[in-house]
Design a binder for this molecule. Structure first.
Ligand SMILES: NC(=O)c1ccc[n+]([C@@H]2O[C@H](COP(=O)([O-])OP(=O)(O)OC[C@H]3O[C@@H](n4cnc5c(N)ncnc54)[C@H](OP(=O)(O)O)[C@@H]3O)[C@@H](O)[C@H]2O)c1
Length: 248
């Protein structure tokens, strides 16, 4: 198996894209740790994944939690080959009405959280390791009501370049996946029925050249590629997987 003997940490590994990536990395031979805020979601994900998945309750916006996350990964694995810094939030921020609290929630999770997640686990990362960041197709386009989310993801896109340059001497590659609209719980409203969600997914899908929303597994496939030596010549790059939405 392509990741036999490797270890991987997936933040936000209890749901959506992170959970699909954790599953594929595990199926490819890696030992997996997943992190997230909700212990209940982590336990459900671990039960779904099976095997000896390590679960770590950590909020990526909290430096103390990130220090504990690093310690728990070290205790479980000793070192780390792969980090998928995936945890993030998505909230609308219309220019005229968005408030400071929403700005802080988005920037804290998506920008500060990613930066300090990488910093926290850096001492554990082995030479030749791979860091994959989760940006978004939104960093490439102007979509009304999404200024803060899009800017947060543009910062993450930029991190892939600078971090890769800083880690050249340790032969650690940093790249980003850039998902389009992917069917995950991030798109689900409170108390939304399955029928209401399907109607929403059809509406969003109709705006995508390929004609549908994406599946978490379609992003996980790119994460696996970037995690493995198959992508050994890629540094600071962005893999856009968006059904053509930002290209056509
Ligand atoms: N789905 C899309 O259309 C799409 C498109 C582009 C980019 N993305 C990006 O993909 C990533 C994953 O999103 P998803 O769609 O898979 O959503 P999701 O199903 O809601 O998963 C988000 C994951 O992140 C965790 N999380 C959120 N805030 C956290 C925090 N402060 N600390 C630790 N963990 C946190 C959540 O667990 P807890 O709530 O328990 O903490 C959950 O495991 C995000 O960065 C998102 O911006 C998604």
């Amino acid at each position: 198996m392509v990741l036999e003997g490797k270890t991987a940490l997936v933040t936000g590994g209890s749901s959506g894209i992170g959970l699909a990536a954790a599953r594929l990395l595990q199926d490819s031979g890696a030992r997996i740790a997943i992190a997230g805020r909700s212990r209940e979601k982590l336990e459900m994900a671990a039960a779904e994944l099976g095997g000896d998945v390590v679960t770590i309750r950590a909020d990526v916006t909290s430096p103390a939690d990130l220090g504990r996350m690093k310690a728990e990964v070290e205790k479980a694995f000793g070192s780390l080959d792969i980090l998928f810094a995936n945890a993030g939030v998505a909230l609308g921020t219309p220019l005229a009405t968005a408030d400071e609290a929403t700005y802080d929630r988005i920037m804290d999770a998506n920008v500060k959280g990613v930066f300090f997640t990488v910093q926290a686990v850096l001492p554990l990362l082995r030479e030749g390791g791979s860091i994959i960041l989760n940006t978004s197709w939104l960093n490439r386009v102007g979509t009304p009501g999404r200024a803060i989310l899009s800017a947060s993801k543009a910062a993450v896109r930029s991190f892939a370049r600078t971090m890769s340059a800083e880690l050249l001497d340790r032969r650690i590659r940093v790249n980003a996946v850039s998902p389009g609209s992917i069917e995950t719980p991030i798109h689900r409203g409170n108390n939304q029925t399955e029928e209401e969600f399907r109607a929403y997914a059809d509406r969003v899908g109709a705006q995508v050249p390929i004609g549908r929303m994406g599946k978490p597994e379609e992003i996980a496939a790119a994460v696996l590629f970037l995690a493995s030596d198959a992508s050994s010549y890629m540094l600071g790059a962005e893999m856009v997987i968006d059904g053509g939405r930002s290209e056509l």
